[in-house]
Ligand binder design. Structure first.
Ligand code: HEM
Length: 131
């Protein structure tokens, strides 16, 4: 049930136009350390990577093995020896995601936020466990 709710919310975000533009604008403004990490990033590519990987995080809870492997790969690229994304940044990532969703999902509310949080926390754990 929560899968369908989150999937529908994500579809509304993706169809609203510029959701990922809003997300990165908010996320990069959260801390100079985050902005620094993305200083050489091609955002056209990055937006399509993040769009696909959030879809994988949503599928994770359904016991989808392909989704699990994809999220593990994100964990490897974000680990200390590669992009070096400390686990403390993921809370700001989630806050930024929700702030962007407030603007792009017209059905957003606090209850939906909790359902999203529950859905994404497993994926975030898979990623941060690889740090
Ligand atoms: C659940 C949260 C996140 C997901 C799903 C995610 C996903 C991704 C994906 C799919 C890529 C493309 C490269 C790859 O496939 O590994 C990427 C790149 C990157 N991510 Fe994340 N990410 C997350 C959180 C973060 C956080 C918290 C930071 C902190 C600053 C971050 C920083 C970066 C950087 C610096 C890159 C490389 C950008 C470049 O190519 O210049 N990510 N991320």
């Amino acid at each position: 049930m929560s899968y369908e709710i989150v999937k529908a919310s994500y579809d509304r975000c993706c169809e609203s136009g510029d959701f990922f533009e809003t997300f990165y604008e908010i996320f990069l403004s959260k801390s100079p350390e985050i902005a620094e990490k993305f200083k050489n990033t091609d955002f056209k590519k990055q937006k399509s990577h993040i769009k696909a990987s959030i879809a994988m995080m949503i599928r994770l809870g359904k016991g989808d093995a392909k989704a699990y492997e994809a999220i593990e790969r994100v964990g490897v690229s974000h680990s200390k020896s590669q992009f070096d994304i400390e686990p403390r940044f993921y809370e700001l990532w989630f806050d930024s995601f929700c702030e962007a969703a407030v603007k792009h999902d017209k059905e957003w509310n606090e209850k939906l936020k909790l359902i999203w949080k529950e859905r994404l926390q497993d994926g975030i754990k898979v990623i941060t466990d690889k740090y």
